[in-house]
Ligand binder design. Sequence first.
Ligand SMILES: [Zn+2]
Length: 348
Amino acid sequence: MAHMKAVQLVAHGAAGQFKLAELPDPQPTRGEVVVQVYACGLNHLDLWVEEGALPMPIKLPRVPGCEIAGRIIAPGEGVTGWKEGDRVAIQSNIFCGQCEFCQRGQESLCLNSVMVGVERDGGFAERVVVPERALVRLPDQVGFETSAALSLAGSTAMHMLTSRAKVNAGDWVLVMGGSSGVGSAAIQIAKQLGARVIATGSNEAKRNLALKLGAEQTVDTKNESWPAEVRKITEKRGADLIVEHIGGKVLEMAFNCLARGGTIVTCGATAGRDVNLNLWPFFVKEQRLVGSYGRNRIDLVHTLEWAASDRLKPVTDRVFPLAETPRAFAVLRDRAVLGKLVIRVATS
Ligand SMILES: [Zn+2]
């Protein structure tokens, strides 16, 4: 049997333990395809996998990597609509296609969702096997590394701004962590939907990047009075929409600069899962706090379309070869990044 190179997580820990392994080539069952991986992006989710800090058990050893772009090499039995050589992006939340939510196109709410790179082997490997419904065609104009730097965080932001919340022309949109994967995509999407964008950043390099991506103002979250800064910029109105993924104290403070009738849409809680919410101003000002999880298939399709027409550009910090995946994890853990880290598995 043929073999492939893969990076396996073999033990959990703040700095998990990895092994560069030779594994048997994955074989497709009915309805599955084998994809040759060209590039796979790193995400904060990978650090949670490394630490074992997710609510679901992770069976080890596990090949992480959930932002995969590649080419189909072996369509399995019963696969329709895909052939060898097709360029694809893989949707990381593999949905069942059967449940009531999937049938309504709300794959983000799938009752039987399985995360690739978490609950089944992912993309830090030369090949990966997934069900065909997880595939989205990669437009010709979108390179593998662009897809690997955009498809997960970009479609998360697309879901937040076009599916879970609405951006009206002229709205003030505050993007928390404007240099992050979700943040950098959210700035570009909000701007092109006609919003005026403010972004937060904890250092000058991050704030400059946010400005380059289309934010018209930035605020420094190291300064405790940042919500007051936002109110000043918006002439006391506050932000109509706040794109949040940090949680904890940051989410609590965000309410201090949320406009009347405004919405906070949140997709993460890296800084804390418990928050205090004062209900009085919340209902008096008719505000909304909206959850957002992953993406629907259509959000990924739109993300790649936007990338194809240059409306959405990735911000890539560094590209590593497959064998250096553990080093990429360490770099991400140290937060010494501006934009995405991408693993290049093969050159196209
Ligand atoms: Zn489903």
